[in-house]
Design a protein around this ligand. Structure first.
Ligand code: FUL
Length: 460
């Protein structure tokens, strides 16, 4: 098994802590007209902020994280599957998209397929006539969520895996998934890659796979460690790096299956000099595992832990993909549903009222790559969270900034930072404040007016 990604995952936590200094020296000024910019699909994707991940399949019944590929398909038998319950919980938690594991590494397909018998058709569920992907897609649309699908390139069941025909087999599965279920917003390509049943590893034909997705679903974004549209944030803790640029240097982030050098820095931080817009997606499970295990029912992450993840993912210019795994019944567990509700209530309280919403942000360029934004909140009040945003449609520019607050003319430093991008959240400790000032100290292209929001930030 290729363990390179696994080893990398293990070390990712440490890497976050020792990330390159955010104050590292400024790059040469970029040509603003040549700055990478997001496509409309990437913009839509990022503005969702939160998507829900759903890991479900034979692993749910075998009580495993990685199936071996030889699981008996008859073990798949949800007694009360209700995709609408998943979608409702996701929407109520504030998610705007949901991604299902249509096929995990074990090769079992949650949809009927011409490519293999290793699917729901060979299970007793709905008499072998069921289609989880169909129920999932319908439920997402009913709850106003965008639909995303995960189809593992690594397949431990397929007899053709590791040979010339696997790319045909995989492209046929993708064609089924991308032509039957309406508009797909995100296609998720996992980075884990090991041997199939023949003992061989597979060389994936990524150019062919990407061209197929583009042809069948031109508005979908494709995720993998290396994109092409959305990159992995470099760990499975939901913690984006900081600084975090939406741009990358494509030569530094190889596609899944390729033997990768140490790509941690490139994934965690992106690259201020990168030539491609490829923002980071931060994935994490609400429980220790990606699949449901009854032994983890009391290990659902706390509201505090989820908020910490929020500040380090969405608050670090990333999108958050939070996994909630259905049980053997085919339902989100009541503990997870309750926690999602509590978390939503907490976030609503934290971000209830933007104290700067109707206030003018006075913006002044102070140099080629520096500027100041100042906002008067009208009266002294407690401020616990400041949210900054660049107009990323014009590219990401700010590389160093500092936040000050004042009651009158006595400015106190509240926070320092590097990148801003689509969203930078700072939790600040201050007595009451009347004014906020953001000083852009450096940027890779002339900085553009920032959006500034301020919240009392008291959680319930
Ligand atoms: C990893 C996989 O190996 C896990 O099982 C899970 O699907 C996670 C999201 O990605 O690479």
């Amino acid at each position: 098994m290729n363990v390179s990604r696994r080893n990398f995952l293990a070390s990712a936590g440490a890497l976050i802590a020792t990330a390159a200094s955010p104050w590292s020296c400024a790059r040469a000024m970029a040509d603003a007209t040549a700055l990478p910019r997001p496509t409309s699909s990437q913009l839509l994707w990022q503005r969702d902020e939160l998507a829900m991940f759903v890991h479900f399949g034979v692993n749910t019944y075998a009580d495993r994280e990685w199936g071996l590929g030889n699981e008996d398909p008859t073990i798949f038998n949800p007694t009360a599957l209700d995709a609408r319950q998943w979608a409702r919980s996701a929407r109520e938690a504030g998610a705007r998209a949901m991604i299902l594991t249509a096929k995990h590494h074990d090769g079992f397909c949650l949809f009927p397929t011409k490519t293999t018998k290793h699917s729901v058709e060979s299970s007793p569920w709905r008499g072998g006539k069921g289609d989880v992907v169909r129920e999932f897609a319908d439920a997402c649309r009913a709850e106003n969520l965008r639909v995303g699908l995960y189809c593992s390139p690594w397949d431990r069941n397929s007899p053709v895996y590791g040979g010339d025909h696997y790319n045909d087999f995989y492209c046929e599965q993708l064609t089924e998934l991308l032509t039957r279920y309406g508009e797909i917003h995100e296609m998720w390509f996992d980075g884990a890659n090991g041997e199939g049943p023949s003992g061989k590893r597979q060389a994936y034909d990524w150019p062919r796979i990407h061209a197929l997705v583009r042809k069948l679903q031109p508005n979908a974004v494709m995720f993998s460690d290396a994109g092409p549209d959305v990159r992995w944030c470099g760990n499975e803790k939901g913690m984006a790096g900081y600084p975090n640029w939406a741009m990358v240097n494509p030569a530094r982030v190889p596609y899944p299956g390729a033997d990768s050098p140490d790509v941690s820095d490139a994934l965690l931080h992106g690259d201020s000099a990168g030539t491609i817009w490829r923002p980071a997606e931060a994935d994490v499970s609400i429980r220790p595992g990606w699949f449901h295990h009854a032994t983890e029912d009391d290990k659902v992450k706390s509201v505090e832990a989820l908020n910490e993840i929020w500040f380090n993912s969405v608050g670090h210019n990333s999108k958050l993909l939070l996994n909630v795994p259905p049980t053997r019944e085919g339902l989100f567990h009541e503990n997870d549903v309750a926690r999602l509700h509590e978390w939503r209530t907490s976030r609503d309280a934290l971000f209830a009222h933007d104290l700067a919403a109707d206030k003018k942000v006075v913006w002044k360029r102070t140099g080629e790559r520096s500027a100041v934004a100042e906002v008067d909140l009208g009266k002294a009040q407690p401020v616990g969270i400041v949210r900054l945003a660049e107009d990323i449609e014009q590219g990401q520019r700010v590389s160093r900034h500092v936040l000050h607050g004042a009651m009158g003319s006595d400015w106190k430093e509240l926070a320092q930072g590097s990148t801003i991008g689509a969203c930078k959240l700072d939790r600040i400790v201050s007595p009451q404040l009347r004014k906020l000032r953001v000083t852009v100290l450096d940027a890779i292209a002339p900085p553009l007016p920032l959006r500034v929001a301020a919240y009392t930030g008291s959680a319930v």
